[in-house]
Design a protein around this ligand. Structure first.
Ligand code: DQA
Length: 149
């Protein structure tokens, strides 16, 4: 199965950015770890990061044309604000899991609301870089379930 890993704005700075919230792993390390896990389970994983909302929308739209089976997304700050990313995820009808490194429910009030949680298969937040691994595990289970039908 084809899995697309999408990272939103400022996640290119992981490793040097607010380690109290986000840990010390770099985006490259996270991408590498997830790629190894996915490959080990017989899937392919492509990673994509952008700081630009429209580029993230374009990537999600392209995922349908590229027959992506599942999306793992950390929308970062756009998760709290972007109706466009929500609409793109609805439009492509690809199952997705939402992840956040930090516990967004325990931070500023504006981070408590996610515009994509209610349309996600599920979500993981608060485990640092492990949020991605846990999210990938959940997504792979969802995809295998779909595959069986
Ligand atoms: C984040 C949480 C968001 O509120 C924040 O804007 C980010 C990262 C996380 O992974 O914890 O950039 O998505």
């Amino acid at each position: 199965m084809k899995i697309l890993l999408v990272h939103g704005p400022n996640l290119n700075l992981l490793g040097e950015r607010e380690s109290k919230h986000y840990g010390t792993a770099t985006l490259e390390q996270i991408n590498q770890d997830l790629s190894e896990i996915a490959t080990g389970r017989g899937h392919t994983l492509e990673s994509y990061q952008s700081n630009i909302e429209g580029e993230l929308v374009n990537k999600i739209q392209e995922a349908r044309k590229q027959s992506v089976d599942g999306i793992l997304i950390n929308p970062a700050a756009y998760g709290h604000t972007s109706v466009a990313i929500r609409d793109a995820l609805i439009a492509v009808k690809i199952p997705f899991v939402e992840v956040h490194l930090s516990n967004i429910a325990a931070r500023e009030e504006f981070r408590h609301k996610s515009l994509i949680s209610d349309i996600a298969q599920g979500g993981i937040f608060g485990f640092g870089p492990d949020s991605y691994k846990l999210g990938l595990s959940g997504l792979m289970s969802v995809l295998q379930g779909i595959h069986k039908n």
